[in-house]
Design a protein around this ligand. Structure first.
Ligand code: SSA
Length: 143
């Protein structure tokens, strides 16, 4: 799993076209989304993660919690992003991992939005530009 974490004034997206034959089914209201004062986390789920998705979920949640506490963010935007790796996991595994990360972050008390999976999306992001505003993390399952 590769993550790019951007501490932002806001992140907003708008769904455009399908990027997969069968993208995640979404409601009308999910076609657009915006959060202010947010830690945006762009995530590429990788082939290697398929060996132990649950472990990768827990490690990703721990990393996101750590960065969120450093930058004092209590909102997280989980953003599926297929361009941080050349070894992508299959879409069905990737979606489950991202959905579980969203669930676990909510359990940890964060306000969370997740951008729709399998669509081309327009997005705007306002990076805060402080020293910890742009971070990346790589997570590999130990198994
Ligand atoms: N492993 C993955 N990690 C994160 N997002 C993914 C992953 N696989 C697919 N997606 C989602 O599906 C969208 C399309 O994925 S893609 O790899 O870019 N494109 C495709 O798979 C098809 N266009 C065939 O190449 C991505 O924008 C993202 O929303």
């Amino acid at each position: 799993m590769r993550m790019l974490l951007i501490h932002s004034d806001y992140l907003e997206y708008e769904v455009k076209d399908k990027a997969l034959k069968s993208p995640e089914p979404i409601s009308e209201e999910q076609k657009k989304g915006r959060l202010e004062e947010v830690l945006a986390v762009f995530m590429s789920v990788e082939k290697a993660d398929e060996s132990n998705p649950e472990e990768v979920v827990e490690k990703a949640v721990a990393e996101i919690k750590d960065v969120a506490s450093q930058v004092k963010a209590n909102r997280i935007f989980v953003y599926p992003f297929a361009h941080l790796s050349s070894e992508l996991a299959k879409p069905d595994v990737a979606l489950k991992v991202l959905q579980r990360i969203e669930e676990r972050l909510r359990e940890e008390g964060f306000e969370v939005k997740r951008a729709p999976f399998g669509y081309y999306k327009a997005f705007r992001l306002s990076c805060k530009g402080h020293p910890l505003a742009e971070l990346s993390r790589t997570i590999v399952p130990s198994g």
